[in-house]
Write a protein that binds this ligand. Sequence first.
Ligand SMILES: [Ca+2]
Ligand SMILES: [Ca+2]
Ligand SMILES: [Ca+2]
Length: 363
Amino acid sequence: MKVFCASSLIFSLCLTVFAPIAQVGATEIGTSLTRDEGSGANPIVKAKWEANVDRYTDAATTAGAQFDPTGVYQSNKTIAICAIVADPDGLSDINKVYADVFYPVGIAVGEHHVKLDDQDGSEGAGCGLLMQEDSLARLTKSEGYNLFCDSVKNHNNNLPTFEDGYDYDEICAADGELMKETAAVYCAEKDLSYEDPSGSYRTLILAQDKSGKDGTLDNYFTYRPMTAFETDFSMISYGNVKLNTHKIINGDLTWNVMDQGKASVRNVGNTRLTMKVQQNDMGLGKTDGNWNVKYDGRVGSDATFVKYDPEVTKALNESLDLSELNEMDFSIDIYKFPPEHGSSSYTGNMTLSAASAAHLTCD
Ligand SMILES: [Ca+2]
Ligand SMILES: [Ca+2]
Ligand SMILES: [Ca+2]
């Protein structure tokens, strides 16, 4: 048996070699390293903010950034993430500036949520996980100064989060670091999916210098809730209906060209939602004060039908998860055709709406 050892300031390694070596199958080999802390001073992230792609507006005057989803199937909301970064060793010591956006804590996105192609940095989605780390690009001196010291400061003053000890006066001073170019503005764009859950998203700026020293600053932006759905049908035809015969019109799980197939609904907002329905009596009227017609409906073939009288709004089982597509089944039961109607055809109106439902929680 021979023992070989090598060592340096950074790592040490010993190999023990048995001769002859006889090995079947895989062998687990441990590896290790120690980070070289380098020298010099840490980068400083003086301020950071999120905004629309113009880099300074957002959806509400509340401090920090608020965004609305598009409410449109597969249409993303693109945001900008910006930061002001300095390094006492000079800006040339800055290696990279990164932005990490994390899903809201405690909210599960459910099985129907599809991660964006550029968000595969985490094993799952939701539940506080990192969406993806993005690199920020440095703006020119005039772009950066005008953006922060005019657009942001004068038109959306409470947007940024500042590191302790920094404010507009320090950053925008005529003899300040942005003017002297020992600090600079860095920005990136990021897509939020239409189906990413409403909630509070932690965003971390990480500035790393050439010695591997870090400066960080974090805050939260708000993805405001929007409850939205769309259907692939604009009418339900009950067809030929017999007296006292419960007739069901089934939906399906296929997204059809409008009115070219069976009824389907999908969630295009960023909350879970419960479908609600109201239907008039289609001219069938009442007898002895009771409706001559009753309806029921459900969302998904596993749900229990919910009965509803004409002109009453009822919530249907079951709720739709983020981006979930499901079928809508409707039925009708007629107790009397009013003789005074004078025709065998009846027409009416149905109104569909939705209420937001609580997000799924994490294990
Ligand atoms: Ca440094
Ligand atoms: Ca705001
Ligand atoms: Ca369909």
